[in-house]
Design a protein around this ligand. Sequence first.
Ligand SMILES: [Zn+2]
Length: 463
Amino acid sequence: MTGSGPDLEISGAWLVDPASGREGPGDIVVEDGILTGVLWLTGAEAEGIGPDGVVVVPGFIDLHAHLREPGNEDAETVATGLAAAAHGGFSTICAMPNTTPALDEPGVLALVRAAAAASGSPVELLAHGAVTAGRGGEQLAALGELADAGVVGFSDDGSPVRSATILRAALAYAGALGLPIVDHAEEPSLTAGAEANDGFVATVLGLRGWPSAAEEMAVARDLAVLADVLADVPGARLHLTHLSTAAALGLVRRAKAAGLPVTCDVTPHHLALTDEWVAGARRWAWEATGDPWSDGAIVAGPFAPSLRVNPPLRAPDDAAACLAALLDGTADAVATDHAPHTEVDKAVEFGLAANGISGLETALGVLLTAVNAGRLPLARAIEALTTGPARVLGARSRRAGSVGLVEGAPADLVVFDRGARWTVTADTLASRGKNTPLLGMELPGAVLFTFAGGRLAYEAPGN
Ligand SMILES: [Zn+2]
């Protein structure tokens, strides 16, 4: 029988299926949009097939992406954001609610969904609702109505939930609705006017320091409030997004060990880049050796506004802690914190530039760089982009329970060539946000195909 869905056959690839914990040589067949064949090869058939060539994995899930529509379509639209997602291998993304107006009531969610439908993209667009009305931090948003409308969590991201009292109420209310509070952990009284990670690099460059204590204090507060709420609302759940410091990750590690229902994610840029980049270094976090000025690491000009991000790029030991958290499961997922900006909002002095890195299309390449350096097993990298975030989302994705290479399910997968290196340029990015410090750099792992929900979301030119 022939239908209208796409077909694809990949033979002799390396399959990674975190859902079953299996990886190895195999073939896959997609017929009419359905993954009809997943064949694991053994013996002579498997010979010569390694993990360095074409790799097939489940479609990626991003827990944290900023799409800028409504309100700032010059920076990104829902359509361009979904195109960027597909190009990066993501078949499901969660949009953050800090649009203009904020996604604090179902009408804004309806707008975003209409834009997604109009784009024709098969990438699944989920959304977090705001915790407080207008993200103003003063009063709770209509959490019940937002939950009924289908948001997957609540966040004032861009800002923390400022008041501990409101955080307590939000954790209780959202917990009763079965949804997590997704907090951006930052103690604002410590970061007012801060420009770059507080440390050696900021001191030498004369930038105002952004202390790691600002993140640690916020995480400690959030965990304390969570523990308190749990007595009344056992369903309360906290997700801490884009953690960037050894201290904060240590708190989460201990909280998890104590049984608190907390999850967290780290970003590709916080585990692979460091504050040295602000000085002009362009070596990966695990290559840092100390003073970048004395060991020849400075190859670019200082103060590139594309490196301005919140939380800031940290010192190498914090980046190492992000990687360690990913390795030991303290971090449940890698999230991109895709934050596209216009050139105008970035083309100002470092401390005034808009915070954020356009990250959907480079996440895979940055993680594969860590894999190639022997710092991260390939299977763990894929897990952190698939089953890890799926567990955080629970049943709220259309793929709940089937985030894997599952025969008979609608094809939802990524095919990438790990050996194919590509150069990040403004033209190669589907996102309107060209604000990435990786422009001009080569990354491994070009995406060949992305399938989402049984439809072809991205196909590399020439395939
Ligand atoms: Zn944030």
